[in-house]
Design a protein around this ligand. Sequence first.
Ligand code: ATP
Ligand code: MG
Length: 424
Amino acid sequence: MKRSYISDLKSGQKVLLKGWVFEIRELGKMRFLLLRDSSGIVQCVLKQGSKGFNEELTLESVVSIKGKVKNAKLTNKELTLKNIEIDISELKVLNKAEELPIQVNEKTITTGLDKRLDYRSLDIRKPKIKAIFKIQSTIINTFREFFYKEGFIEIQPPGIIATSTEGGTDLFEAKYFERKAYLAQSPQLYKQLGAISMERVFSTSPVWRAEKHDTSRHLNEARQMDIECAFYNDIEIMKWLEKVVQNIVKKILKDCPKELEILELKLKVPKAKYLTYKKAIDLLSRKGIKIKYGDDFEPKAERKLCFLFPDTIIFTYEWPSELKPFYIWPKGKGVSGGFDAVYGGVEIASGGKRVHIPDILIKQLKSKKLNPEDFKWYIDAFRFGAPEHAGWSIGLERLTQAILSLGNIREGTLFPRDRRRLTP
Ligand code: ATP
Ligand code: MG
């Protein structure tokens, strides 16, 4: 008999189902189970005399069930989607689960995040948690599909590098035969070389940053969604970001209504607002958050901007050069072609117009106390016909956090890596 999925069931069918035991209720001569598979949850009734009635059942055991689909009036409507149940003719325990260290079936999640992460493979069985990752899968897929359809080439930048991108000390060291190497903190330099040669490229890649922070918005391993385009400037490239994020939210609304309902979220396709850095700090100052020209935004300022412009991606551009990396184009008078984007209370992306002139690169590297010799392979690449270009990077977990209003970025990370956590 071919296996059926719960979401496809119709009254009257004889079916074979496979899945996990989500709930058990014993009522003398009847046993009620909720069976869960990847497509949903269904109530099953096991009557005395049916095959398997005497099987010992534990929560999360893997079972196979043969039976008939019947119409039924259900009370547990938020979990089971249709008014049907299975009249079991045969139940087999395929793999019995031991006593669970955390509850999978809890109406409101009460287990602490740390313990949930310790048992993450159980945690993601919860409909509420699985919904986050279904939506994250929609985010990254929509990003890929969007730029692929626009004619961009997907590239695979290296994860092991010889020199740092930003020059900071926040790199994880790795042993590379006789030499020292580092884990990539960003695909930046490589996607630029892709763009000056192939014009329009995108990538999704993990990045590693050895920053010792312990915040609700930082991980030590994150995933970035990047694009880089030749013949683009900072203003033009921001538009792609606006468009793709709007498309991502539209796609979530279309493909994940069930998940949004489980998460009790009302999503809106965001608008976009463009402010120069100068205008943004003036506005924030008027609203009680004083920022000196030349200072970075504290999380408080990012949240304030999002509060002032709800359901909006807020771009702040023309940041002071001193706050931006060496590869960001200097527009003059200390102003750069660098920008940030905040949404849902957090920075979701940074980007800008890049430097494509070797002499300017060397000057900027020196001004950031970096050694141009370490970047020779990169600088030299711009000597053989490099167009002006621009790009940006969106953090996947940050965007998940922003769209789903997650209090902690770890909620939107399958197996987070942070200062204290390296397993599972
Ligand atoms: P922040 O200022 O928020 O620490 P950043 O400016 O150092 O981030 P970028 O180098 O601009 O980060 O990286 C591009 C994007 O990647 C960020 O806007 C963010 O969405 C994501 N990102 C960067 N660092 C992290 C991190 N440590 N954890 C999670 N996401 C990150
Ligand atoms: Mg940034």
